[in-house]
Ligand binder design. Structure first.
Ligand code: CA
Ligand code: CA
Length: 67
């Protein structure tokens, strides 16, 4: 993925545009993508990239996940 593509996905998930992805935005994103399984499990798995444990994913953390 290029830097621009990562940014695009980040902005798509960060629906309120505050530069951080919270669990609600993640859940909504997976729903939009048509994910059928346990949303809670999926969100929890994604939140593993939350290295500083502030319960939101910033761009740096997100970037590390996709690169
Ligand atoms: Ca946000
Ligand atoms: Ca974080």
């Amino acid at each position: 993925m290029t830097e621009d593509e990562i940014k695009e996905v980040f902005e798509e998930i960060d629906s309120d545009g505050d530069g951080q992805i919270n669990t609600v935005e993640l859940a909504n994103y997976f729903k939009r993508k048509g994910y059928q399984g346990q949303l809670k499990d999926k969100v929890q798995a994604a939140m593993k990239v939350d290295k500083n444990r502030d319960r939101v994913i910033n761009f740096e953390e997100f970037h590390d996940m996709l690169k």
